[in-house]
Design a protein around this ligand. Structure first.
Ligand code: 6GU
Length: 223
């Protein structure tokens, strides 16, 4: 999978891809992340990419031309399945969307900044708008990193234990059951006996019951 990310703050997108699972997915050649600095597509000598709003109002707006130039160049090189604008008024990201995106080959992520982007980009270039929740971030970069993480970990070969991503919370609209590791007894805080019983049927049954119980208790909206 190839993910092109367009931003005015490329530095913000460095570290998420330099550690752990995302780093490994790139090193294994499963994912190719290409970050583009929108300023490189500026059409004026000041390298600016934003301007004041028509009609007045606070905040600068990313201009249509640099964005169009950058995306047109990318589209001339390969086909893209989706061109996604990260925005708090987009469709809220959930596990089902992440699953669908993880099946795509090439996507572009456009990060907004300042007040936002010229509406004509959204009307004519963008194919999907995604939000990561009902709160406002300073820009789309951190949201883009979160979207990438949620997608990439689902691609086969990225996570060592293939079943691991499939047993995550939310994969069947259930939260995970509680998990434990050594020691069995810490200060009298004990690991449930069933997990040490060696009886896999009982363990599976217990985990399912706990997952249902946790979901009802913490996220009754999920079912
Ligand atoms: Cl995708 N962008 C920004 N700027 N704020 C957000 C968001 C995205 N999702 C939630 N808040």
């Amino acid at each position: 999978m190839r993910i092109d990310i367009i931003t005015v703050v490329p530095d913000l997108l460095k570290s998420p891809f330099e550690s752990s699972i995302l780093k490994n997915s790139i090193e294994k050649g499963i994912v190719n992340i290409v970050i583009h600095n929108l300023r490189d597509y500026s059409t004026n000598k000041y390298k600016s990419v934003d301007d004041y709003q028509f009609g007045g109002g606070a905040g600068m707006v990313l201009m249509v031309e640099p964005i169009d130039k950058c995306i047109s160049k990318l589209k001339s090189e390969r086909n893209y399945d989706e061109i996604i604008y990260l925005s708090p008024d987009g469709e809220k990201l959930n596990q089902s969307t992440a699953n669908k995106f993880s099946l795509l080959n090439n996507i572009i992520l456009l990060c907004g900044h300042y007040k936002g982007i010229d509406q004509r980009v959204r009307d004519n270039i963008i194919t999907k708008e995604v939000s990561i929740g009902d709160y406002v971030l300073s820009g789309g970069e951190l949201a883009a990193a979160i979207l990438c993480d949620s997608i990439i970990r689902l691609i086969p070969g990225v996570i060592g234990d293939e079943t691991s991503a499939l047993t995550d919370s939310f994969q069947d609209n259930l939260l995970s059951s509680p998990i434990y590791t050594r020691p069995r007894d810490y200060k009298g805080w004990k690991v449930p006996d069933v997990l040490i019983s060696g009886n896999n049927n009982e363990i599976d049954k217990w985990r399912m019951e706990k997952a249902i119980e946790e979901t009802k208790k913490k996220r009754p909206d999920l079912n």
